[in-house]
Design a protein around this ligand. Structure first.
Ligand SMILES: Nc1nc2c(ncn2[C@@H]2O[C@H](COP(=O)(O)OP(=O)(O)OP(=O)(O)O)[C@@H](O)[C@H]2O)c(=O)[nH]1
Length: 248
C-alpha cells in the first residue's frame, strides 16, 4: 500500500496535544470532516492527512492527534518537533487538563527560539457551562502571557471559532514558510507504518468544511503514527539544533 506521497502542494503539519479526554480527536475530525464523533477511543497517535483549500490555495494539511493515553504527563517532544504548528487543548470542565496545558505552554517557551512554532491554546467543551472548572479569563490570560492565540469552543456544538483557530494557525505557518522558503515549498517525505482507515468524508462529494471559514476539504486519510515514523521525517534534521535547549 502506498503510504508515501510526493507533492508540490504546500504542506502544513499540526500537532494537537492535551490531556486525555479533552476532545483532541473530536476536534481534529470535526475540523477535517465537520462531523462530530461522540466516542472515539484511541490509545495511539493518529496522523490525518487531507487537502484543504484556504483562501483559494490548496494545502496538504497533516494533523497528528497525540494520544493522551500513551503519555502520562510527558511532553510529546518528537511530535512537536515534527510539527509546523501546535494546538494545545484543554477542557473547561477539567482543571487538571488546564494545568497540563499550562505545562505544555511552559515547555514551548523553553524550546524557543530554536523551535518557534506557532501555538494556539484551545479551551474545549464550552457547551458544558454547568461543569465549568476553568474560567475563560484564565485561558485568555495564559495565552497572552505565552504569546499564543486563544479560542474557547465547543466541538460538540460545532463552534465557528474552531475553524478559525485552525485557519489562523495555517495562515501563520504559510507566512513563516514564505519567509523561510522564499515562497517555494520544500516537499518532504513522510512514512507511516500501517494504514487503518481511508478517505475521511469520501461520500462522493468533496465536503465543504465551513461556510464561515471559506475552507474546503477533499477526501483524506488517517493512519496510525509511530514515533519512529516521525524520526524518519524532518525530526532528525531539527534534532541536531535542538538538544542544546531541550531540557524538558
Ligand atoms: N460535551 C462535549 N463533549 C465533548 C466535546 N468534545 C469532545 N467531547 C467528548 O469528550 C470525550 C473525549 O473526546 P476525545 O476526542 O476522544 O478526546 P481525546 O482528547 O482525543 O482523548 P484521548 O485520545 O484519549 O487522549 C468524548 O466522549 C467526546 O464525545 C465537546 O465540545 N463537548
Amino acid at each position: 500500500m502506498k503510504t508515501e506521497e510526493k507533492t508540490n502542494m504546500p504542506r502544513i503539519r499540526i500537532a494537537v496535544l492535551g490531556k486525555i479526554n479533552v476532545g483532541k480527536s473530536a476536534l481534529t475530525v470535526r475540523y477535517l470532516t465537520r462531523r462530530f464523533i461522540g466516542e472515539y477511543r484511541s490509545n495511539t497517535d493518529l496522523l490525518y492527512r487531507q487537502t484543504v483549500t484556504v483562501n483559494n490555495t490548496p494545502l496538504e494539511v497533516e494533523i497528528i492527534d497525540v494520544s493522551g493515553e500513551t503519555r502520562d504527563s510527558t511532553f510529546p517532544l518528537e511530535q512537536v518537533q515534527w510539527a509546523d504548528a501546535c494546538v494545545v487543548v484543554y477542557s473547561i470542565t477539567d482543571k487538571q487538563s488546564f494545568e497540563y496545558a499550562m505545562e505544555a505552554l511552559e515547555n514551548f517557551q523553553k524550546l524557543r527560539p530554536v523551535s518557534a512554532v506557532p501555538v494556539t491554546l484551545l479551551a474545549n467543551k464550552a457547551d458544558l457551562e454547568h461543569l465549568r472548572e476553568v474560567e475563560e479569563l484564565e485561558g485568555r490570560t495564559a495565552a497572552i502571557q505565552n504569546g499564543c492565540q486563544f479560542f474557547e469552543v465547543s466541538v460538540a456544538e460545532n463552534s465557528a471559532d474552531l475553524y478559525q483557530a485552525f485557519e489562523v494557525l495555517v495562515n501563520e505557518c504559510r507566512c513563516l514558510q514564505g519567509n523561510t522558503n522564499n515562497g517555494h515549498h520544500k516537499s518532504r517525505k513522510f512514512s507511516v507504518s500501517k494504514m487503518i482507515g481511508t478517505l475521511i468524508g469520501s461520500n462522493g462529494k468533496n465536503g465543504t468544511i465551513s461556510n464561515q471559514s471559506q475552507q474546503h476539504t477533499q477526501g483524506g486519510t488517517v493512519v496510525v503514527c509511530q514515533k519512529s515514523d516521525l524520526h524518519r521525517s524532518r525530526v532528525l534534521k531539527r534534532r541536531q539544533n535542538f538538544t542544546a535547549t531541550a531540557s524538558l
